[in-house]
Unconditional design. Structure first.
Length: 255
């Protein structure tokens, strides 16, 4: 079964049952797993009239490819992916509050899942990534995202540079991160429509991607390490945008 047809892990399955129970076809639960959290999850499944099958742990291990399933797997209907052509509508709907996270060459599904979780928490409008040579929404990414894969639009694009140009045409300020530049993240104005572009840990953004950014900034590093994990860097950048926007609202006339 394709990775997109199953969601596993207690938190991820709980989030799915809360947000979109209609996508769930059936649950598979580990035999002998009896505890309050599992009982609450099964109550939700019963309320949604979902079939539940008790299976040996080895069957879940096999179905999840060795991933940490915590005793539960949901068989789900495939969700319609947000297409590249949907981007303009997403940006226009968000207006001045548009906040996009762009990942250039992030290949680890754990990092993608963590980025999606942070993007959800920060209220991001979408997460954008190349279709090729980058992580997609595998079952591992979905589990790490803890339900955010079901709530944050994830847009895979054929040509990232072209998509950045499209965002700029829509009035989005495209800000890339790079350790070698002088301007600090904290000096950038992130209060309007903005796309934050992060590259893979170590390699950073590709040169072509960097050339299509309106501005590039660095995250001040006070210690000995030269870079942060991309999901940590994404959290720093997204929440700086959130901080600036909350500050702007607090000082706006009539606030």
């Amino acid at each position: 079964m394709a990775a997109g047809d199953k969601v596993f892990g207690l938190h991820a399955v709980e989030a799915l049952l809360c947000r979109d129970p209609g996508r769930v076809k059936a649950l598979e639960v580990q035999q002998g797993r009896e505890d309050p959290r599992m009982a609450a999850l099964l109550d939700r499944a019963q309320a949604a009239a979902l079939p539940v099958r008790r299976v040996p742990r080895r069957d879940l291990d096999r179905a999840c490819g060795g991933g940490r399933h915590q005793g539960v797997l949901a068989r789900v209907a495939a969700v319609r992916a947000v297409e590249e052509r949907d981007l303009p509508d997403r940006v226009m709907q968000a207006g001045q509050e548009a906040l996009l996270l762009v990942l250039d060459g992030v290949t680890d599904p754990h990092n993608l899942g963590a980025c999606l979780r942070t993007a959800d928490a920060a209220g991001a409008s979408a997460v954008i990534a190349p279709r090729d040579r980058a992580a997609g929404l595998t079952s591992v990414a979905r589990k790490v995202a803890c339900g955010a894969a079901e709530s944050v639009p994830f847009v895979q694009v054929t040509n990232l540079a072209r998509s950045l140009d499209l965002l700029k045409d829509l009035g989005v300020w495209v800000v890339g991160t790079a350790g070698e530049v002088q301007d600090s993240l904290y000096a950038a104005d992130l209060t309007g429509p903005v796309a934050l572009v992060l590259g893979a840990e170590g390699r950073g953004m590709r040169q072509l991607t960097a050339r299509h950014c309106d501005a590039r900034v660095h995250l001040p590093m006070q210690g000995q390490v030269e870079s942060l994990n991309v999901s940590v860097a994404a959290g720093v950048c997204l929440y700086e945008a959130v901080r600036q926007r909350l500050s702007r609202r607090a000082t706006a006339p009539g606030a």
